[in-house]
Design a protein. Sequence first.
Lengths: 445, 445
Amino acid sequence: MSVKETTVAIVGGGLVGSVMACYLARRGYRVSLFERRPDPRISMIDGGRSINLALSNRGWKPLEELGLADEVEKLVIPMRGRMMHNEEGALTFQPYGREGEAINSVSRGGLNQLLLTKAESLGISLGFESTVADVDFEKGILLFADGSFFTADIILGADGAYSMLRYQMQRTERFNYSQYFIEYGYKELAIPADKEGKHRLEINALHIWPRGKFMLIALPNLDGSFTCTLFLPFEGDCSFEQLCSHEAITSFFREYFPDALEVMPELKEDFDDNPTSSLVTIRCFPWSRGKVLLIGDASHGIVPFYGQGMNSGFEDCRVLNELLEKHNDDWQKVMHAFQEQRKPDTEAIADLALANFREMRDLVADDDFLLRKKIEARLYELYPDKWIPLYSMVTFREDMRYSVAKRRGEIQQEIMDKVMKQEGFRENWESADFSWVINELAGRQ
Amino acid sequence: MSVKETTVAIVGGGLVGSVMACYLARRGYRVSLFERRPDPRISMIDGGRSINLALSNRGWKPLEELGLADEVEKLVIPMRGRMMHNEEGALTFQPYGREGEAINSVSRGGLNQLLLTKAESLGISLGFESTVADVDFEKGILLFADGSFFTADIILGADGAYSMLRYQMQRTERFNYSQYFIEYGYKELAIPADKEGKHRLEINALHIWPRGKFMLIALPNLDGSFTCTLFLPFEGDCSFEQLCSHEAITSFFREYFPDALEVMPELKEDFDDNPTSSLVTIRCFPWSRGKVLLIGDASHGIVPFYGQGMNSGFEDCRVLNELLEKHNDDWQKVMHAFQEQRKPDTEAIADLALANFREMRDLVADDDFLLRKKIEARLYELYPDKWIPLYSMVTFREDMRYSVAKRRGEIQQEIMDKVMKQEGFRENWESADFSWVINELAGRQ
């Protein structure tokens, strides 16, 4: 069957589903995209509230390949580093990478709308309010909640962490699956623009209020506001359970986030109106059954602490497209190769994302940790091709697989442990000779 | 609400469901038991083929508490040790425990029928061919596939590793869940009785043909036959995938299990007729939602290599009954206490069962391993209250929690590693002084 005669149904019209749809339409496939929710370009699904994400290199590359970089550029605000707020409101800035390197705050809704419009312009049929109820994996048939059917040669499940296609797959033979929730929930809150429509905090930064067992973060929006996210345990001391009155909320913010409280006039309303959501890691294998392949969060939902959920999903699309090219659109080969190649990489980013929560909420305010970061920055400056900090490998090196970044990060951490144990090092590190460090690193790779 | 006014619905009329039903009926509850399959006392659900299990101390204790020990005694065949068969058919016997200690081969079907009859005699209402389609956790309503409803104050999900109640629970908030399949499948085969109705192999043993990457086992039945189980990888060299013709099957058995082949006249027919089944480990938490509590395989399905699937399920029933007693039948308290207490124990046996597969298929034929077993038997003989081999703690010490047994086993293994490294020890162990071993063990507990 030629590409032009091949029908691909994509379940899920979110970010990953629409990017994959564009790739496939450009290859010549007949693509139909089905989305459970209404068209977000008509009805504002998130009630006007902006949820923003950090777009970094692994996400940019596919957008560039699809010719969307210029348009997306207009939607983003570069964030060049972390701006830490301590309990007195004092600020410390830690650059994410080197000069010119930044991650980009982008509205999920705005980006999704752009991608859907692009998909439509490529001739993709868009079906909104289409809820999948069941699937025949071998015959490639989708059954919808309204009783209608759709038959496709290939079905891609891009229907997110709570994927219906994966839920059905779970009942098939020998499907390995896990869903693990962390003890923390999150709630979105807002810092509105000031009276002149300007940002009330430094615009080109991701703001963090790290407090050990919990944290608040804020990402800038184009309209002058920031979207904040409070990450807090569900139960116990300092938990969502405890914040059950306006008084408790205000006094909690006054104690831990006094400078944020000053710029959050709608805190109490936001707290009441916005849900407390949970944070899950999804792992499964295989990703394909018959004519169906899972991509994005459907096969590897991760926690948001490395800012790689969307980026890893877009990378899935790029890799899948590369494999279609390599294997002449032979989907049997491609599905197999895709899951074999991507599984270790998505496992790596799932683990890194869980580990980074500790770093964000806790270690970024730790002196020892900050010194390590400075030394790593120095090493990176001195040996830019040899010592690349883990954060940079994950965020800025789209040519390096997640699994490789994770492994190199582990080796570098072991070496840094040795460095930090050297006598007198803390006092004299600025004049230290690091050549042995690089030799040791080279010997371990 | 008093116990007599409390309705308990049990979903699943297998071994665990019927034992729990008996406990609750004795406490005075109104118990209704629902089972998807027909009544096994009328229709033979396994087509007359016997599937047997190893009943050991943790399973006996609840049966004794229910006054069923004498009746069950008539159904079992004690197995006092492992009978290893090598590739030439030579036999080696390893006792499981000390004099008088044995595990017991019992037919799943026979035991289930006895338990259902006992349940019925206690006034429990039995509903067969009742397939649960959905559940309301908060209201305690079961919806059946035929459209009927049943409302209960408490619902127990004893519906096995592929539990429908757990499947529904998985869609509720913050439910941690995993299902992991090993790369091996299994197939049941038979060694029929000889012409005089006698057993063709030693009756009081669990027979093992360990072959490194795979194995065959056989358990005795009352009718003179043995039920064998072949554990083999699904794919690759020496796999079910490879055994695709009668020729391939016979030549595989001739090479690896020649003495078994001689007593398996129906091998080819069995191989064709019996399914190749998969082996899963189920972990989840919490085990309760609203009025529903999961027990047995539904909350902790394990692989069969420690012979503890049924035993751990029966232990669930005993513990749940103890907690009802302790908390005066306050189910809110009991459900909470049950999952907190049992979760670490069932995690421990899940891990031990996975680890024991390697021991059974591989190590039991290893000289070093056999020497360790001999030394451990000696230590057990010399210090019966201090050094108890892991297998004995799990199998014969129903008063010791699985989690404690696992931890003690790890400590003992570390000490045994030291013992085995001592110079000249292998030659002279029979005259060695082991007092330092016991001192070290005491120091670590």
